[in-house]
Design a protein around this ligand. Sequence first.
Ligand code: PRP
Length: 206
Amino acid sequence: MKPCIALTKGRLEKQFLDFFASLSFDIDPLVNKGRKLRVETDDFQFIFAKGPDVTTYVEHGIADLGIVGGDILAEFQPDVYDLFPLPFGQCHMAVATEAGKVWPDQKKKIASKYTGITKEFFRNKGESVEIIKLEGSVELAPILGLADGIVDIVETGTTLKENGLVVQEEFLYFSARCIANRSSLKIKRKQLAPIIEALQQEGALR
Ligand code: PRP
């Protein structure tokens, strides 16, 4: 059976495919996949999922390898091998508020998809905050008055800017990472070695 690689859909998928193609792997079936969530190339099976689900498929051994943001690993701490960084998907966490907004005197309300990271960040500062969990588009929360600020990933900064938010503080810097199922690394070592080496060596050069 071909090794299975779980890819994070969206921005990382595009960046991974560009990187993968530059290593001379065949990506034609992946580029032309339409809405398919499972695609085979000559050498691999690929599945496409949201970041947290990529870690779940790898943790359970459905996928042997995964390509996922470091932010997802920090938030969910899955039981996988975190093998090495990849040369794309650079982003960082930021606390942001509406431009000109002054923090309230009482307990701050912070909206985030990253409740674990947010809790840890404010705990380290010795601040007690109310965390409101959202699933996406968190930039809306301060604008609509749901929260005083947000904790979110920033890549280009465009989403913050276009929604009138400004960064108050940056912390935790991430890139995409290659992760592996713990058993797969032992049982399928021979099959996985060429791709792991190619991704790692080329990634380190960029
Ligand atoms: C992420 C993040 C920000 C945006 C930051 O959202 O939550 O909203 O990207 O990127 P930028 O700095 O390049 O603008 P994503 O696109 O994953 O969508 P979501 O808000 O629905 O989770």
